[in-house]
Design a protein around this ligand. Structure first.
Ligand code: SAH
Length: 416
C-alpha cells in the first residue's frame, strides 16, 4: 500500500512517499566507527529506536546529530545492525536489483583475481561477508554450484532474492544453489526446515578442481560449506617443499594438503582427523587423483593426544586446527592450546624439516600467533627460522575498516 503526502509546493498533485523506515539513533561519539565504514552497530551504541524493528528488518542509522549514516539489517543481539550500504547511498529497500549489484561487484573482484574462468581452479569464495561489504553472508562457488550460508537473520529473510541475483549472475553456468544455515543462524531460525535446502536445482555434490587437483565436495553433509577454500594458496606453497618427504597432515578434513603433497612427489603422507567422515573424504580424494595410493594412510585420532604420544619423526607436519577461540574471553586458553600443540609438533620434526602451522581464530592476531609459536619453539628447545607468513587468499578479502575479518594466519617454520 502506498502512503501519500501532500506536495509541499504550489502544485496540487499527490506524490507517493517512501514508507518510513525504523530509525536507529546512535549515542554521541558512537558514529565514528560507522563513518569509517565499520559495518557493525553494537546494541550498546544505540541511544534511541523510533518504531519497532522486527528481527532482520531494514533500518536506517543516524548520528546523535541526526545525520544519516547508512542502511542495514536489524537483529536483537549484541551486533544490532549490520550496515549493508553507507551514506550517501540510501537504498529504499533490499530488492532484487540491490542484491544483484552487490553480487556482481564481488564477482568482478574474483574475475580480477583470475578465479572465474580458470581452467585449473573452479572453486572459490564469491562472498566473504564483511570483506565484501555484505556482513553476515557467505557464498562459495563449487564448479557451478553455490552454497549460501547466512550468519544473520536479515540475510536469511532475503535468501530468495539473493538466489535470484545469483541466477541472473551465473545464467546457464549455474547447476544448483544450496542454502546451508542451520549451524549459523540463531535458535528459532535454525530449527526450521527453511534453514537448509536447495533454492535452485538439486545437485548434492560435485567434483571441483583446485590448481588441477580434484576434490569431491558434499554440500549437504560436509563441514562448513563443504570445503576449506581459504587454504588454496597455502596448499600450493606446500608443493614447493614436499618432494621425497614424509609428511603428517593433522586436522586434515578432506585431505587438501595431503593431495597437494602427493602431487608434488611426497614419499609418505599420513592424514589425521578426529572425524571418520573427514577421513573417508580424504581417502576418496586421494583415490580420485592417484591410481597408486600405497604411500597414503589415515589416522583416526585426537590430534592433541596423538601428538603427545607419538614418537615418530616427520620431515613436514601440517597443523591446521579449528578455531580454538571463538571469543576474546577464551583467548588465553586458546593461546595455551596453540603453544602445547606447536611445541609437540616442533619436537617431532626431523632435522632440516618444516612445520606448516595455522590459526583461524579471529581473536588471535598474527603478532600473538607468532609469539605463541616462538614460545613453543623455545619450549621444544629447537632452533627455528620463519620462512613464510601466510594469510587468507584474495577471494576472502579483508575490509580494511573491519580488521577482525583477517582471520587466517599461517607460518612455515624451518626447524634446524
Ligand atoms: N586442513 C583442512 C581443514 C581443517 S578443518 C583442509 O585443508 O581442508 C579442521 C579439521 O579438524 C576438521 O576436519 C575437524 O574434523 C578436525 N578436528 C577438530 N578437532 C580435532 C581434534 N581434536 N583432533 C583431530 N582433528 C580434529
Amino acid at each position: 500500500m502506498h502512503l501519500f503526502r501532500k506536495c509541499p509546493g504550489r502544485c496540487c498533485i499527490y506524490l507517493p512517499a517512501m514508507k518510513e523506515k525504523t530509525k536507529i539513533i546512535l549515542k554521541s561519539g558512537k558514529d565514528d566507527a560507522i563513518k569509517r565504514y565499520h559495518p557493525w552497530v553494537f546494541s550498546g551504541a544505540i541511544k534511541k529506536i523510533t518504531g519497532q524493528p522486527t528481527e532482520g528488518s531494514p533500518v536506517e542509522v543516524f548520528s546523535n546529530k541526526d545525520e544519516y549514516l547508512g542502511t542495514g539489517l536489524y537483529q536483537d543481539a549484541s551486533i544490532a545492525v549490520r550496515i549493508m550500504e553507507f551514506a550517501p547511498q540510501r537504498p529504499e529497500n533490499f530488492d532484487n536489483d540491490f542484491w544483484y549489484q552487490k553480487l556482481n561487484e564481488a564477482f568482478q573482484l574474483r574475475r580480477i583475481a583470475d578465479l572465474t574462468e580458470n581452467e585449473h581452479t573452479n572453486v572459490y569464495r564469491l562472498i566473504h561477508g564483511e570483506g565484501d561489504h555484505l556482513p553476515g553472508l557467505i557464498i562459495d562457488f563449487y564448479n557451478g554450484n553455490l552454497v549460501i550460508q547466512a550468519h544473520a537473520i536479515g540475510i536469511h529473510l532475503h535468501r530468495e532474492k539473493i538466489a535470484e541475483g545469483l541466477q541472473k549472475l551465473y545464467g546457464n553456468n549455474l547447476k544448483s544453489i544450496y542454502y546451508k544455515s542451520r549451524e549459523t543462524l540463531p535458535g528459532k531460525f535454525s530449527d526450521t526446515n527453511e534453514a537448509e535446502g536447495f533454492l535452485f536445482g538439486n545437485n548434492p555434490g560435485d567434483v571441483v578442481l583446485e590448481y588441477g587437483n580434484k576434490f569431491e565436495i558434499d554440500f549437504i553433509h560436509g563441514q562448513k560449506t563443504g570445503f576449506f577454500i581459504d587454504q588454496r594458496e597455502n596448499r600450493k606453497l606446500l608443493t614447493k617443499y614436499a618432494k621425497d618427504k614424509t609428511l603428517l597432515n593433522t586436522f586434515c578434513y578432506s585431505g587438501g594438503f595431503s593431495v597437494y603433497a602427493l602431487q608434488a612427489g611426497a614419499k609418505k603422507v599420513e592424514s589425521l582427523d578426529s572425524s571418520k567422515k573427514a577421513l573417508e573424504l580424504a581417502e576418496k580424494n586421494v583415490k580420485l587423483n592417484f591410481s597408486d595410493t600405497s604411500n597414503h594412510s589415515v589416522i583416526h585420532a585426537d590430534a592433541i593426544q596423538f601428538m603427545r604420544e607419538n614418537r615418530e619423526m616427520y620431515d613436514i607436519i601440517i597443523l591446521d586446527p579449528p578455531a580454538f577461540a571463538k571469543h576474546s574471553n577464551v583467548r588465553h586458553n586458546a593461546v595455551q592450546g596453540y603453544k602445547r600443540l606447536n611445541a609437540e609438533a616442533i619436537r617431532q620434526i626431523s632435522e632440516s624439516g618444516l612445520l606448516f602451522t595455522f590459526s583461524c581464530s579471529q581473536v588471535v592476531n598474527m603478532n600473538l600467533f607468532k609469539s605463541t609459536v616462538i614460545a613453543a619453539a623455545i619450549q621444544a628447545g629447537r632452533k627455528v627460522k620463519i620462512l613464510h607468513q601466510m594469510t587468507q587468499p584474495a577471494d576472502h578479502p579483508v575490509n580494511a575498516f573491519h580488521p577482525e575479518g583477517e582471520y587466517l594466519k599461517g607460518l612455515v617454520l624451518y626447524i634446524d
